[in-house]
Design a protein around this ligand. Structure first.
Ligand SMILES: [Zn+2]
Length: 220
């Protein structure tokens, strides 16, 4: 009897996870939230006089997209490989996430940390949920995302750039976010290509589906 109940429970749980995966559709964008807009639309521009997640040109910096999340390279690469994991639908706070979004976030987090460590040989990866900048904009319209910040105990030379984690062993310096360009540079594309190739391999091995438009060849 116990075994039979266990089997029924497994079947029910399987259905719960199965149905929403097929029923999920892309949510429409919420007014004023650039993070809600689809990546690579070619129409998203960095708004002037804004800061935080909404000031990033996603069409150029999106590395990969799964059912519920998209990984975006932070234009500020003071910390080589620094990225943002952004929820694909509009949710203003962590308590609004569905169990499916949380499950995939957990899987993505593990994979992204592994990829950053293996790709750039960083010492560790700082994970940070801090949507404080979202509250600078009016009207207030925060959007859930996570910072992934690789940390280094040595300088790295890549694409004629030297990356130096001058704050190593201390907290990251977010004041460096105040002055940087949203214009994508060749070194951005190189970093995205490195991450994308490794990421897509690991996502596939972990059975996490990638949106078909985000294929490795795009970064070549
Ligand atoms: Zn949004």
């Amino acid at each position: 009897m116990f075994v039979k109940n266990l089997i029924m429970l497994n079947v029910l749980c399987g259905m719960l996870f199965f149905i929403p995966a097929f029923a999920m559709v892309q949510q429409p964008a919420v007014d004023g939230c650039v993070a809600c807009l689809p990546a690579r639309s070619g129409e998203i521009k960095a708004p002037e006089n804004t800061s935080g997640i909404c000031s990033i040109n996603y069409s150029d910096f999106t590395i990969c997209q799964t059912d519920y999340w998209k990984l975006i390279l932070n234009p500020n690469q003071h910390y080589l490989g620094r990225s943002l994991l952004v929820l694909r639908r509009h949710a203003s706070s962590l308590e609004n996430l569905t169990c499916f979004e949380e499950t995939e976030h957990s899987q993505m987090q593990r994979v992204i940390v592994s990829v950053l460590k293996n790709t750039f040989a960083c010492e560790t990866v700082n994970l940070l949920y801090a949507i404080n900048h979202e509250f600078k904009k009016k009207p207030i319209n925060p959007h859930v995302y996570w910072h992934f910040i690789p940390r280094y105990g040595r300088e790295i030379y890549l694409n004629e750039h030297i990356f130096s984690d001058t704050e190593w062993t201390n907290m990251v310096d977010f004041s460096r976010d105040d002055n940087y360009s949203f214009q994508i540079q060749p070194f951005h594309k190189s970093i995205m290509a490195y991450v994308a190739v490794a990421l897509q391999k690991e996502l596939k091995e972990n059975n996490i589906a990638i949106s078909p438009e985000f294929i490795v060849e795009h970064y070549r």
